[in-house]
Design a protein around this ligand. Structure first.
Ligand SMILES: Cc1cc2nc3c(=O)[nH]c(=O)nc-3n(C[C@H](O)[C@H](O)[C@H](O)COP(=O)(O)OP(=O)(O)OC[C@H]3O[C@@H](n4cnc5c(N)ncnc54)[C@H](O)[C@@H]3O)c2cc1C
Length: 188
């Protein structure tokens, strides 16, 4: 099976690793950013996400990038506790919760994809169109060198919350309401 993944964020990269784990190696990932710089700030991976990383055999590497909080606690501005609850292993899960820098997580996943699949990530490719044939799907990307097509048995949209692929496939859905702005800090 030949798979085209749109977006080299956390979902696109994790999907590539999951497909590789079940024996699908003919994968290309297309990312609109000219380079993957590992942007963001903190992100929390809940136990069910860490379970997936554990199944992929990469949890140790991700765990080394962050911390495993044992409690979530809220305080008011005077420092008085409002709410507190156990998290991860302390909450009885079989997997920890991990707090990591989003950019470091993304760069670690890029490294793992390269190790397991080779140079399959094409940056500078912004999805602009997608069309279905009888047996295949073709994605069209805008690049500095002009439009580029990629045909696969499957095209997976992992291009984030403002997904271009979703907008193409579901044009009447509109934009997500209450969309927050994005953080852009590089990893320390
Ligand atoms: C720069 C950035 C910083 C973030 N920082 C944080 C943070 O600090 N904390 C937090 O909790 N969450 C953060 N997020 C959101 C968080 O990463 C996602 O909500 C979550 O990881 C889900 O991942 P995702 O792969 O679905 O989406 P995303 O992480 O948003 O990845 C989507 C990828 O698709 C690419 N893409 C988008 N449109 C196209 C297109 N038309 N063609 C090709 N590629 C496209 C994007 O460039 C991006 O690399 C950030 C997201 C981004 C993009």
């Amino acid at each position: 099976m030949n798979v085209v993944i749109v977006g080299a964020g956390i979902a696109g990269l994790a999907t590539a690793l999951s497909l590789e784990a079940v024996g699908i190696r003919d994968i290309r990932i297309f990312e609109r950013a000219p380079e993957i710089r590992g942007l963001g700030v903190g992100i929390n991976l809940l136990p069910h996400a860490v379970r997936e990383l554990t199944e992929l055999g990469v949890a140790d590497r991700i765990e080394a990038l962050g911390v495993a909080p044992s409690r979530l606690a809220y305080f008011n501005r005077l420092g008085q506790p409002i709410w507190s609850e156990p998290r991860g292993l302390d909450a009885g899960y079989r997997w920890p919760q991990l707090s990591v820098h989003r950019g470091r997580l993304q760069l670690a996943l890029v490294e793992l994809v390269r190790e397991r699949l080779g140079e399959v990530i094409e940056t500078g490719h912004r999805l602009t169109d997608v069309s279905e044939g009888a047996e295949t799907v073709t994605a069209v990307f805008d690049t500095d060198a002009g439009p580029v097509e990629a045909t696969g048995d499957l095209v997976i949209g992992a291009d984030g919350i403002h997904s271009a692929l979703r907008a193409i496939r579901y044009p009447t859905e509109g934009r997500r309401r209450g969309a927050a702005s994005r953080c852009g800090a590089a990893p320390p």
